[in-house]
Design a binder for this molecule. Sequence first.
Ligand SMILES: NC(=O)c1ccc[n+]([C@@H]2O[C@H](COP(=O)([O-])OP(=O)(O)OC[C@H]3O[C@@H](n4cnc5c(N)ncnc54)[C@H](O)[C@@H]3O)[C@@H](O)[C@H]2O)c1
Ligand SMILES: [Fe+2]
Length: 387
Amino acid sequence: MANLFFIPNNIITGENAIRLSMDHITAFGKKALIVTDEAMVKFGNVKKLTDELDGVGIAYEIYPGINSEPTHSMIDAGAVIYKESGCDFLIGIGGGSPLDSMKAIAVVAANGGRITEYAGKKIEKDSPPTVAIPTTAGTGSEATKVSIITNTDTDVKMLLSDAKLMAKLAVVDPVFTLTVPPSVTAATGIDALTHAVEAFTSVKAFPMSDIFAESAVVKIFENIQACYTDGSNLSARQQMATAALEAGIAFSNASVTIVHGMSRPIGALFHVAHGQSNAMLLNVCLKFLKQGAVPQLCRLANGIGVYQDGMMPEEGADAFVNATLALLKTLDVKPIQAFGVSEEDFFRLIPKMADDALASGSPGNTRRVPTKDDLMGLYKELWSEGL
Ligand SMILES: NC(=O)c1ccc[n+]([C@@H]2O[C@H](COP(=O)([O-])OP(=O)(O)OC[C@H]3O[C@@H](n4cnc5c(N)ncnc54)[C@H](O)[C@@H]3O)[C@@H](O)[C@H]2O)c1
Ligand SMILES: [Fe+2]
C-alpha cells in the first residue's frame, strides 16, 4: 500500500530559529496578521517576533484574542481583522491554541464563510502563506494538517483535517518554551507522548510515520521529567521541542486514535485543558488498546529500554504500559474530579461524549476498535479511577 507523507514546506529548528526564518518570511508578503494570546504578549514573545519583523521591514497587525481551547467566534473575528487590516500572510505564535487558530483563520480568509462550515468538509482554496511558531512542546500543530476549534453552539471540538491547513513554514525555537510553567510542561509533553503512541499504534501507521513516532517516544521518556523539574534546562527543552514536532508529524500522517477521540468531548464540555484530559485518559485507554497493539507496544518498550531479553511480546507491551503509567505518576496528572466536574453532569453526558468521540473518527483508527459501549465503559472507569 502506498502512503502520502505530509510535512510543512520548510522547518527551521534550534536556538535563534526565528532570526533564520526571516529569510523565508520576507518572501511571503508585506503585512502579517500575528495570531496569539495575551500571555505571549506579556511574556515578550510577540516582541521578539515583531523586533525581527521590524528589522526586515515587514508590517504586522497583532490579534491577541485567542485563549486556551479556541472558539469558532475567535476564528471568524480573526478573519475579519485579517481582511480589514490588509494583511497578506499569517504568523501564529504561542501554544497549540494560537497556532490552530492561525491556520483556521487562514482557511476562512481564503475561502470565505465561517469556520463552522468547514468541519468535515474538503477545503477548496489554498490558504495565504502561514508561519507557525510554537511556544509549548506539545501539540505539534506547527507541522500538522489539523486544527481543533470548539463550536460553542454545539459544544463540540471540531476536528478540521486537510492538507490546506499545513503551515508553510514551522519555526521551532526551544528558547520560547523556557517560560512554560511545570503544569503546562507536563500536560503539553504528555499530549506529545499521546500523539506519538497513538500514531505508532494506529491502523493508519506506515514506515515514514513510525520513524517520527518512535523517535518522539524515546525523546519524551528521556527528557520530560528534566523539563518538568527544571524548566531552565535548555538541552532538555530542545529535545522536547523536537519530540513534539516529530510526534505532530507522526500523527498528522497516521492519525490519532482512542485517547484523542475521547479527550476532545471532555475538553469541549468541561473545559479541561487538552493535555490534562489526554493524560488522565491514557491511564484507562492504554490498557484497552494494548490488546490490539502488542507488537507495536513491545517495540516501544525496546525503544525506551524497558524490554528485557526473553520477554514474550505481551510482557514487553505490558512493560511499556507500566513504564508510561509510572511516568504519568511523576508528572502530577490530575483526575477528572479535580476540574470541578460534578458526578451527575459527567454521567449524564457520557452517551454524548461517546457519540461525539465516535463521530470524530479517531477511535476507529485504534487497532482494537471500540464500540459505543466500550467508550461509555471507559468514561465510567475514568471517573472511578479518579476517586
Ligand atoms: N493542531 C493539532 O495538531 C493539535 C494537536 C493537539 C492539540 N491541539 C489543540 O491545541 C490546543 C492546546 O494547545 P497547548 O496545549 O499548546 O496549549 P495552549 O496554547 O492553550 O497554551 C496553554 C497555556 O500555556 C500558556 N503558554 C504557552 N506558551 C507559553 C510559554 N512559552 N510560556 C508561558 N506560558 C505559555 C498559554 O498562554 C496558555 O495559558 C487545544 O485546543 C488542542 O485541542 C491541536
Ligand atoms: Fe493532542
